[in-house]
Design a protein around this ligand. Structure first.
Ligand SMILES: Nc1ncnc2c1ncn2[C@@H]1O[C@H](COP(=O)(O)OP(=O)(O)OP(=O)(O)O)[C@@H](O)[C@H]1O
Ligand SMILES: [Mg+2]
Length: 327
């Protein structure tokens, strides 16, 4: 990120002024095509050599499952719902988003705080209270607002799952059938997003167009943002060379040892190896414990370490670990 900024107040304990990654948010109402575009963007970015991670609402370990099961009951009050969403958001910010940004990932976020605010405001929650609750949110590098009309949205929603209770605003728009309720609620949401566009500097993307056209617009915007973010070629080459050198040395050592061994000593060697095995296990355990300890220390400093991040993009795990070892 060019510079770390929070909307109203800093995330407690967070001191960094810069993060090398980029935070890209895709916002927009239900069924507009966010998941589709994130999948396409991720594939494109990774094929171009960028490390990417993806996250979205209710995916946090701490509160994600709790929110989902509480929503099954259809009895959640507005304040509780928003505080649960805030909990999930904080958890993901600390555990997933910031660590990935620290490690130089492009983080693709499916919705951010704006959907939560739009939904809450449509239900009459105080806008100032909401901005205060979510005031610790990191200001993203870019927020794309996928904007589509109701006439385009309806077939997309029907295509995936039909109208559901919460997406139809059935919790507060009583006395209508799901279709009318959905149309009314989504119209209110679109108005909320529209009103927030200037305040939060959304980049509007016309999502009434085809999947490919929307993708092309997003690609063009993101290309500019990520210039110069790839791991430097020189560093990558050095890492590859260092690894190859180490492997060659190991191989040489192994061969030399084998050549020295006399067949009659094989029995002795077996015994020795049997003795050494538990020692080696202990050694390995110590290394793992040290790693866990280091990761814990990092978390206590205010942000999670790279190992947590590497989970985001499995393809990048090796690269990231080598990068850590070389630094
Ligand atoms: N631009 C588009 N034109 C036509 N159909 C689209 C477009 N984008 C997505 N779709 C289709 O609409 C449906 C919903 O898309 P998708 O799941 O990506 O939306 P979403 O915004 O992630 O929805 P949700 O709110 O459920 O998470 C899918 O069937 C998808 O193939
Ligand atoms: Mg989706």
């Amino acid at each position: 990120m060019t510079g770390v900024r929070f909307y109203s107040y800093d995330l407690p304990g967070f001191k960094k002024k810069r993060l090398p990654g980029k935070l890209v948010v895709l916002e927009g109402t239900d069924g507009v095509g966010r998941s589709t575009q994130i999948a396409l963007l991720r594939e494109w970015l990774e094929s171009e050599g960028y490390a990417t991670a993806a996250t979205g609402l209710k995916r946090g370990k701490l509160a994600g499952r709790g929110i989902k099961s509480a929503m099954q009951g259809h009895t959640l009050g507005d304040t509780t719902m928003n505080l649960l969403y805030a909990t999930d958001f904080t958890d993901r910010l600390e555990r997933d988003i910031i660590p990935a940004l620290r490690a130089g990932f492009v983080v693709l976020t499916d919705r951010y705080i704006y959907s939560i605010i739009a939904r809450a405001q449509a239900r009459g929650i105080d806008p100032t209270w909401l901005r205060n609750v979510f005031g610790f949110a990191l200001v993203p590098d870019v927020v794309f607002y996928l904007q589509a009309d109701l006439t385009h949205l309806i077939p997309r929603v029907l295509n995936i799952r039909g109208f559901d209770y919460w997406e139809s605003g059935a919790d507060f728009l009583a006395g209508r059938d799901y279709y009318d309720s959905y149309a009314e609620y989504q119209t209110r949401l679109l108005a909320q997003f529209d009103a927030m566009a200037d305040e939060f500097k959304f980049v509007r993307i016309d999502a009434n167009r085809s999947i490919h056209e929307v993708f092309q617009s997003l690609q063009a915007e993101i290309k500019d943002l990520i210039k110069g973010m790839k791991p430097p070629k020189k560093l990558m080459k050095e890492l590859e060379e260092k690894k190859a050198e180490e492997e060659a040395k190991e191989k040489e050592k192994g061969e030399a040892k084998k050549a020295e061994e006399k067949p009659k000593e094989k029995g002795k060697e077996k015994e020795k190896l049997a003795e050494e095995k538990p020692k080696e296990k202990g050694k390995k355990k110590k290394t793992e414990e040290r790693r866990v300890e280091e990761a814990r220390n990092e978390e206590e400093k205010g942000a999670t370490g790279g190992e947590e991040t590497a989970k985001g993009g499995s393809k990048w795990k090796g690269w990231f670990e080598r990068l850590l070892q070389s630094s």
